[in-house]
Design a protein around this ligand. Sequence first.
Ligand code: SF4
Length: 80
Amino acid sequence: MRIEYDYDTCIGMFQCVEEWDAFERDEDAGKAVLTDSEEDGGVFVRAVPEDAELDAKFAARTCPVDAITVYDDDGEQLVP
Ligand code: SF4
């Protein structure tokens, strides 16, 4: 499973931080930070460990502006 986080879209309400601890707060920027990710054109990407799949999906589901997207290993979009 893979997760993508769109930095520009994020409005910093930090619901994702409550769902998966890979998301951290950057209070100064008013943006979430996706730890251990790589940036590609403003989109931060990383693999989701098997034991964090549920948390990652909840993070994507809870984001009010759909800045977080989760894909399965075939590249199919799962959430939102
Ligand atoms: S829930 Fe969405 S808008 Fe809120 S901090 Fe996380 S990524 Fe940003």
